[in-house]
Design a protein around this ligand. Sequence first.
Ligand code: NAP
Ligand code: ZN
Length: 347
Amino acid sequence: METLGYAAMDEKGHTEPYRFNRRALRKDDIAIDIKYCGVCHSDLHQARSDWSGSVYPVVPGHEIVGIVSAVGDDVSDFSIGDKVAVGCMVDSCLSCSPCKTGEEQFCAEGATLTYNSPDRETGENTLGGYSNKIVVRKNFVLRVPEGLDLARTGPILCAGITTYSPLKKWNISKGSKVGVVGLGGLGHMAVKLAVGMGAEVTVISRSRKKEEDALKLGAKRVVVSTDQESMSEAQGSLEFILDTVPVAHPIDNYLSLLSIDGSFVIVGAIDDIPAFHSINLLLGRKRVSGSIIGGIAETQELLDLCAEKSIYPECEMIKIQDINQAFERMEKGDVKYRFVIDMSSLE
Ligand code: NAP
Ligand code: ZN
């Protein structure tokens, strides 16, 4: 299936138009005409091989929304014309214990990611959503609920689920004191979702520039991580902190914000954490943890929840021709709060 997309050709991470073929439909495959795709900081990391091992060309994009254009012989639960979405995974073994319990992200064989990951049958590198078509195994295709605006659905598929999953796992509920480090794509969804769960949310940002936005999103206050006085005032005040910062950084200062038995959960930087002193954990029985995306059923649950409660990402719509500039702006923290590519610009 002839497909047009944008790909990074080398570690410079600059993307350019790229033509390729999607596979012919397997029995349990669904073909999707992509309408929108969100721009995640992981797209930039992988376009530049920040995590090493990127296989070029890299077609990024794992916040995919579109319309079913064809279905394989064994697909009866999706039809042509259905509104669907695809997140960070497109396949897994489906038979190991994590897969069976709906945590395909922890598949014992390793989940197949939407891009830059070997296809389970052919070994070919998967190519993502910065393109006009995609073919995905039906088990990894999500339904966009009636009433959810397609143009603003994409970021739920990664920024949304990556923050929703740990908030749920840590039983965030009414009155929970939650901190969110970094007000970007993931961070702003974390604020909206935690506020929706009834939590009292503190945004921990590098400056006060985003304070007004943070309060509008429902946060109660902003703590400035570069201002020791602001950090000291907030010491011991948070039960749970979600760290979305995209680069390696020291965490001792953030640990001091936790109350007794508090948890610091890393979802941002996939990188070395600079050494931190154990006393920052011992004093207060604190925990450092991590979390990665979420399972397929949980992602569907989140889509349904966002439709029911009208929870939407804050999106800035762009043309695909502006993607390189969008990467630059994202790196500078200059996005409110997620770029979404309107794929009609690719024609
Ligand atoms: P983003 O939109 O660029 O937001 C990151 C935010 O972190 C920025 O808005 C900024 O907030 C803060 N920040 C940026 N550079 C910083 C620096 N040098 N030092 C301190 N703070 C900094 O990125 P995103 O799309 O939310 O992704 C964040 C990270 O999560 C990326 O590394 C991405 O790869 C990773 N990720 C992980 C998962 C997972 O499953 N675990 C899923 C998706 C993405 P302030 O201006 O408020 O300081
Ligand atoms: Zn992502």
